[in-house]
Design a protein around this ligand. Structure first.
Ligand code: ATP
Ligand code: MG
Length: 264
């Protein structure tokens, strides 16, 4: 019998064998001489979990996400991502780790003058390098096929050859999601993935994104200022307040009042 990734997750969870994809221990970060943004953060994220990181503006959510992906070096503490201590990985090991992780930002950061297809192929640059992955016309056939498959998942194949600067905000964010998924990442970070969209487009894109990552068994750490999104899409809520983890609980057990207190 062949198991898909979701079935596999369920089996391993039931057997108590669920792997830890991200572990943070004693994490601290400050910028210059300012007060620390956070310190002493301890938390872990299991494989296949979808965790919502919430907290008021400026509490350090984006800073924490960047530390988790190794894009920012913490001042203290350790991060282990997909079984590798980030501080100890360099060169090829760091590139291999990058290839298994992805980031969806608040702004899509597409290359405006390039086609949708070329932009999605850029999502493979973590695994491959060089000009063949810069524009779709030069890309290997399998890279184009993978990018078209990713565009199919977000309902955008019909716009594959359109320039990225001729898309709506919702379409652009769908392309950014396809770019994040094209390399089949195991761990995805999404920093307010729908914040720049109107409520209707935001709902659609969030539902699409979460549907895809859950179906494919990708582990997700996302931030959102939309309390409903955090509670309905997050399996777990991680709340940052005053530089500490003020809340770490399954979303089904978190009340609206507890959420509101994080912003108090
Ligand atoms: N590169 C930087 N240099 C100096 N200070 C920074 C830098 N990046 C972030 N900060 C500061 O660190 C703190 C946390 O910022 P961060 O962007 O992580 O917060 P956030 O929780 O993501 O906020 P928001 O909800 O507005 O996105 C803020 O006080 C911010 O001004
Ligand atoms: Mg932020």
């Amino acid at each position: 019998m062949l198991l898909n990734s979701r079935d596999l997750r369920q089996c391993t969870a039931e057997a108590g064998l669920q792997a830890i994809d991200l572990q943070a221990r004693g994490l601290a970060k400050r910028f210059g001489t300012a007060a620390p943004v956070f310190s002493g953060l301890d938390f872990s994220i299991r494989q296949g979990d979808c965790v919502a990181l919430v907290g008021a503006n400026g509490t350090g959510k984006s800073t924490l996400l960047r530390c988790c992906l190794g894009l920012l070096v913490p001042d203290a503490g350790q991060i282990s991502l997909l079984g590798r201590a980030i501080a100890e990985t360099g060169g090829a090991a760091r590139r291999a780790l990058r290839a298994r992780t992805g980031l969806v930002g608040q702004k899509h950061n597409l290359v405006p003058r390039l086609s949708v297809l070329s932009n999605v192929i850029h999502g493979l640059l973590g695994q491959n390098s060089g000009p063949r992955y810069w524009v779709q016309g030069l890309a290997p056939a399998e890279a184009r096929a993978a990018a078209m498959a990713a565009l199919d998942k977000v309902g955008m194949t019909h716009l594959a050859l359109r320039r990225a600067d001729r898309l709506s905000g919702g379409q652009s964010q769908r392309v950014a999601i396809a770019r994040a998924l094209v390399g089949n990442p195991r761990f995805l970070v999404a920093d307010e993935p729908c914040a720049s969209l109107d409520p209707q487009a935001g709902e659609e894109v969030m539902a699409l994104f979460m549907g895809l990552v859950k179906r494919e068994g990708v582990t997700v750490l996302f931030t959102s200022h939309n309390v409903q999104h955090a509670l309905s899409y997050g399996d777990r809520i991680l709340g940052l307040q005053g530089g500490r983890i003020a809340l770490d609980a399954p979303s089904t057990t978190v009340s609206a009042t507890e959420m509101a207190q994080l912003y108090g």
